[in-house]
Every structure is written in C-alpha cells, then in structure tokens.
Design a protein around this ligand. Sequence first.
Ligand code: SF4
Length: 282
Amino acid sequence: MEYDTNKPTVWAKKGPDRRLFFFAKEVSCQVTEGWVHSLESMGLVDGPGIRTVVFLQGCALRCQYCHNPDTWQRESTPAQPMTPAQLLRRLERFRPYYGEQGGVTFSGGEPLLQPDFLRESLKLCRRAGIHTCLDTAGRGLGDYGEILAYTDLVLLDVKHYTSEGFRQVTGGDMEPFLRFVEAVRQAKVPLWVRHVVVPGLTDGEEHLEGLEEYLRTLPRVERVELLPYHTLGVHKYEALGIPYPLEGVSAMEKEVLRPWEDRLNRHCTQGLDKERKRKDEH
Ligand code: SF4
C-alpha cells in the first residue's frame, strides 16, 4: 500500500435514508526528509521476528565501544536523504517476510536525533499495519510522547546506571536518557533492555548487581539482553582516522554472560512477554 501524503483520504458511508455521505480526512503526514545510513532487510536480532532495520544517521554520544562511528555525523556519505513515504515503499517490499511477529526497527546512530522523520515514518508504518520498534540510547530531540505514540516496542540501550559511569562510557550527560525513560513510562510502551558488557568498563559482579537494581526500577521490561563486547567495528576507526578508545581490550564470549542474563531476566522482567518467549522457544 502507498500513501500519497499530499491528498486527503476519502471514504463513503450510507446514511439511514440510503444517501451516500462522503467523509474526508487529511493525512497528517508532513513531507520531511531523513538521513538514512542503510537498510538491513533480514534483521534477526533487533526485535521480534524478521525485521527490516533502518539505520538513521547521526549520534550525539561517543560510546567507547561504538562499532558504527560512520553513523555519527548526520549528513555524510553513505547516508541518503529519504522521505517517510519513500521509506514505506521500500519497507512494503519486505512485508512478506515479517510474518506475525516481525516488522521494522529504527536504529542508528541515534534515531531520536531525527524526530520529525522518525515520527512520520512510524506513523506511516502504524497505518500500514507494520510492527514498529525503536532501538535507541534515549539521547535525542523532539517530543518523545509523539514518537512513542506510534512505537510498539522500545529496544533501550542502557549504557550505565550512574551519571559518572554513563559519562565514562558515552562522553555524555545521563539526564537526557532519564528524560526519555520517563517518557517511555508515561507512554506505557514495552521495553527490551540491552546492555553492552565491556571488560574493565561494564563487567563484574558489582557492576551487574548495580545494573540489576536499576533495571528493577524500569517499567514494562519484557526482556534483558547482555551484549558481549566485540571488536568488529575497529577497522572503521582506522578508515576514518579516529583513535580507537578500547585498543587492546579483548572481545567477550556470549556464553560467559548467560548466567547473568538469565538472572536479570528472572528478576527484572515483568512477564509481559511470555507468549512471545514461548513462540521463540519452538
Ligand atoms: S549511542 Fe550507539 S551509535 Fe551512538 S556512539 Fe553509542 S554505540 Fe555508537
């Protein structure tokens, strides 16, 4: 289905005297361009089911372990400007793969840094019946309530649970993240929490116990994922001529984190995702 954002939607209904009444409603979608880094058509790890992942360009944070430094600058190659309607046309091609659970995930960079494009794109997806996920570190711009109104699931990247730790990991202030979390609480959107575990930075019993305590305060957490630090993005730093902050730190195995991930899922989730988990296991 395609939406012409310049034309009103018109439909007809029969009245009691069998006359036809016509109704018109403006499609309140502004034509606003976004900077899209790339699309991944068969994403399996960024939300439920098979998903198209839309990577938006631009990020205000500088995480020490970031493996996508090529998404930091908003208007730079290989990003392409695109309207929400153009994006929806691309997504429609992949719709047969989505099945019952899949859909689209907006990721980055930081998708919240392009709030108008994000909101309008989410709105079009919702109208087209496509499940919407927002993969974010919660550090953006705009009216989060308007964006979350069209978001089915938030994948929240929790960088750290203290201000000092947050600054050490990201180079940024934690307050905007807390403001986003409050908006999620108000909007009652379910959360999948993700946390990157880096040796010497965000690992160890004490750190993970602190994380557990913090996650217990978050609303509607359905799932917790611990992501082991990896070094797959290091070559991008070399290509961009940026010094790599975690030079010499070894990658981790996922298996090492499994007991802690299980514990966090037992203690910090609220059982809202039982049906989805059951389907995943079969
Ligand atoms: S928030 Fe994501 S894109 Fe931005 S610096 Fe951190 S890891 Fe990289």
